[in-house]
Ligand binder design. Structure first.
Ligand code: NAD
Length: 285
């Protein structure tokens, strides 16, 4: 299949690599030094997002935030200009559910269709092709894209129509962020009290407080290895999306609101490009 892939960062690089390794023709845009190995593996670099969408049957985006997706879709020489009936655009970035619905409607004017398919599982999951993929699309577009999703992920669920994948992802980010903060506060307490935190974590992993976050992020907090991973900057963006949704729904999310403040503080302290497990630094440093 001819596939376009735009957004070759921490996540996009390994995801695109799996599509190339499976033998698809993959068209890439904005290839930098770090993404050069994708070209060596058979990917084809093109000069504009429009050229990628013209060449591809399905164009995948894996960009940082809502304005980036809007620029790549609708900016000059953007994806929309290369769209035509029968083509499919899949946004796998984590962006606003509301904006997603508006983007899908604009893409529909070209005759192409649109799906949102944000992911969970991080860089490790992207490299291992074990991502959780949360899809918002028609049944037909889901069936069409599923073989590609299966090259990048394991737990693949169509949540509902366009935008619903992004809603699932925002939900995920609230739960993950609050759990990271819970682990950080617990481990900070154990350390301040003079306990061996590695032993505390080991013991708790056998009990009711066990979680993937305590396992993975707890270990990072103890070893103080904060290279991303998932940047606090990007997680703050996702909590911002949650608060935006809460506001429009008149919903009370007090701990998500406080997490947003903690993340603002982390950015003010220069931690924006550290892994989100570095939230513990606000308690300890
Ligand atoms: P990243 O910043 O590492 O990569 C984004 C890439 O997009 C960069 O290579 C950048 O050059 C490229 N880009 C930006 N604007 C562009 C444009 N106009 N044209 C072409 N390329 C452009 O981010 P990431 O960590 O790979 O995350 C991507 C998305 O996936 C985000 O929405 C993030 O929230 C989400 N996500 C990340 C993780 C993670 O652990 N890193 C996990 C799940 C979901």
């Amino acid at each position: 299949m001819k596939i376009g892939f735009i957004g070759l960062g921490v996540m996009g690089r390994p995801m695109a690599a799996h599509l190339i390794a499976a033998g698809h023709d993959v068209f890439l845009h904005r290839v930098k030094d770090a993404s050069q190995p994708l070209v060596e593996a058979g990917g084809k670099a093109l000069g504009t997002a429009r050229a990628v969408a013209e060449a591809a049957e399905i164009t995948i985006l894996m960009l940082p935030d809502t304005p980036d997706v809007e620029a790549v879709l609708f900016g000059p020489d953007g994806v929309a200009e290369g769209c035509a009936p029968g083509k499919l655009v899949i946004d796998m970035s984590s962006i606003s559910p509301g904006a997603t619905k508006a983007f899908a409607a604009r893409i529909a004017e070209t005759g192409a269709s649109y799906a949102d398919a944000p992911v969970s599982g991080g860089e490790v999951g992207a490299k291992a092709a074990s991502l959780t993929i949360m899809v918002g699309s028609s049944e037909a577009d889901f069936a069409r894209a599923k073989p590609l999703f299966e090259l990048m992920g394991k737990n693949i669920t169509r949540i509902g129509g366009v935008g619903d994948g992004q809603t699932a992802k925002v939900t995920n980010q609230v739960i993950v962020g609050l759990t990271i903060q819970a682990v950080a506060e617990g481990l900070a307490l154990a350390k301040a009290a003079g306990a061996d935190v590695a032993k505390v974590r080991e013991a708790l992993m056998g009990g009711f407080a066990a979680s993937r976050i305590l396992e993975v992020h707890g270990e990072r907090m103890i070893k103080r290895t904060f290279d991303p991973g998932f940047r606090i900057r990007l997680h703050r963006k996702d909590i911002g999306l949650a608060m935006e949704a809460a506001k429009s729904l008149e919903l009370y999310l007090p701990h998500a609101a406080s997490l947003q403040q903690l993340m603002n503080k982390a950015l003010a302290d220069g931690l924006g490009d550290k892994d989100h497990s570095a939230l513990i630094s606000l308690l300890q440093d």
